[in-house]
Design a protein around this ligand. Structure first.
Ligand code: FNR
Length: 379
């Protein structure tokens, strides 16, 4: 199969992965309306084609939080991402590092912080959820800081789990389902040949490092289920801001009022995100949420955006709608599932190429020139 886009990686990933893992990755909440709109609304953003402006010297790089990025993209935190290839977080982060962009480790990753961070040339970003077990949060923050992680991504749109029908149907959720499906998957010949879970089949590294014992998928589901914390408020975040020395970014902002609160709180950035359509179905897509948020806080705080970005053209669209940078989730995990580190490397090359085409044909030579002027307005 010829692979020339993230859509091709998705198709190939579906052929390769055990169904419960594919649907956990690919699916969203309830009827998946927001999941679909995330993609469709970016795709519907029309850009003004401009020509004959000598675009022979293009610069796709940016600087954010004192770090240089080769393209305005970071790898988003993906829980259980390490299940999609052998030591998956190591492979993804290596590809990001080689391309010159940050990798964000999910707090619920397979590989622990200490396995991934030391292998990288640039600092890793670390994501944390709000959890009832504040001991885990503190432990994870201390370890992330000790490992030299630079930016903290604090995810606030998961005080309760989203209802994902596909997971229930595939056996990913429900009593004892993970363990059963997990072992079925391990015995699947196509899968067990080269996926490294067999090496340390039960480990979810960051959690076992805290609990002091191996943590399997079923334990993890139970632990996470007991740890959602709907009581969280801005005030609870203050100790984290005081504790964390580097930049802190709030992930899961969809409303201009919350963006203003993030500025007041003293966050360094926000991530406009609906968790890839995995939490509350029916909420705004990121493409539609971005302009009002940018109007409210652009220039006061850095704006990142994710949810629905599938190619380099979407990256340019997100920036034209008001983002300073973007994150990708599913797109890189599809590639990881198909071809490991080489797949993620290829995906990032595709993204950069697509960005270059979009910048050339909209006549913007550098990323800081990408703004609302690129958008086709109703005339
Ligand atoms: C996620 N996402 C996520 N976010 C987060 O803050 N912590 C996490 O552990 C996870 N886990 C996770 C698992 C899977 C399988 C997916 C698909 C997503 C959300 C993720 O960081 C990001 O917001 C979305 O993936 C962005 O949407 P796209 O790029 O997938 O459309």
């Amino acid at each position: 199969m010829i692979i020339s886009s993230s859509a091709d990686y998705r198709t190939a990933a579906q052929k390769r992965l055990p169904p419960f893992l594919f649907h956990y990755l690919d699916g969203g909440a309830y009827a998946e309306q927001t999941l679909r709109r995330n993609v469709e609304d970016f795709a519907a953003v029309a850009l003004r084609q401009r020509v004959l402006k000598d675009m022979s010297r293009l610069d796709t790089s940016i600087e954010l939080f004192g770090e240089k990025f080769s393209i305005p993209v970071a790898l988003a935190p993906v829980g259980l991402g390490g299940m999609y290839a052998r030591r998956g977080e190591v492979q993804s982060s290596q590809a990001a590092d080689a391309h010159g962009i940050p990798f964000t480790m999910s707090s619920v990753s397979v590989c622990p912080i200490e396995e991934v961070a030391p292998k990288l040339k640039r600092p890793m970003w670390f994501q944390l959820y709000v959890l009832k077990d504040r001991g885990f949060m503190k432990n994870a923050l201390e370890r992330a800081q000790a490992a030299g992680c630079s930016t903290l991504v604090f995810t606030v749109d998961m005080p309760v789990p989203g209802a994902r029908y596909r997971d229930a149907h595939s056996g990913m959720s429900g009593p004892n389902a993970p363990l059963r499906r997990y072992w079925q998957a391990m015995m699947h010949p196509r899968w067990s040949l080269d996926v490294g879970l067999l090496g340390r089949p039960h480990d979810l590294g960051n959690i076992s490092a805290y609990l002091g014992k191996p943590t399997g998928l079923a334990d993890y589901m139970g632990w996470l289920g007991a740890n959602f914390d709907p009581s969280i408020s801005w005030r609870d975040l203050e100790w984290i801001r005081d504790f964390w020395k580097g930049p802190m970014v709030i992930k899961g902002i969809l409303d201009p009022d919350d963006a203003r609160d993030a500025v007041r709180f003293g966050a360094d950035g926000i991530i406009v995100s609906n968790h890839g359509g995995r939490q509350l179905d029916g909420v705004l897509s990121s493409a539609r949420a971005l302009p009002a948020i940018a109007d409210a806080v652009k220039g006061q705080i850095k704006i990142l955006a994710d949810s629905g970005i599938r190619n380099g053209l979407d990256v340019v669209r997100a920036l034209a709608l008001g983002a300073d940078a973007t994150m990708i989730g599913r797109a890189y995990i599809y590639a990881l599932a198909v071809a490991g580190q080489a797949g993620v490397k290829h995906l990032l090359e595709l993204l950069e190429k697509e960005m270059r085409v979009a910048m050339t044909l909209t006549s913007v030579a550098k990323v800081s020139d990408i703004n609302g002027d690129l958008l086709v307005r109703d005339r």
